[in-house]
Design a protein around this ligand. Sequence first.
Ligand code: GDP
Length: 141
Amino acid sequence: MALERTFCIVKPDAVEANKAGHILAHLEAKGFTLVAFKKTTLSRATAEGFYAVHKERPFFGELVEFMTRGPVVIAVLEKDNAVADYRAAMGATNPANAEEGTLRKLYAKSIGENAVHGSDSLDNARIEIAWFFAGSEVTAL
Ligand code: GDP
């Protein structure tokens, strides 16, 4: 299995609930290395750009309001098979369908306020990491 990096956002609901550290510790316990992480607040333009693929969806406005209402913690995670393994650790988009022990089962409130984001492919992971972290903040893979 190849060493990969993926991109994580601890969303505003989980940061507000003081769960950001719990979530990063949960991921470290599962073997992910934190290559880089920081707390920041997404601008409307950043959130709209990040979720542009969903701009025609009825929940787009709600999603942008949610993602900009308070700070998030963004992180680069590294592990063998990191993209798929982090998606598995996150659980289903709707926490009602998420497996026991997943981050969304543990920390998410609803399909909208679902605690964490994770890249859905290696290509998107590269794009998302480069969008949020400068080369000087991320050591070479
Ligand atoms: P993900 O890859 O599991 O995060 O899921 P998607 O790419 O399908 O959706 C992106 C994000 O949009 C989700 O994580 C939710 O925060 C939000 N979202 C998806 N579906 C809904 C919905 O039906 N209602 C609301 N309010 N938000 C949604």
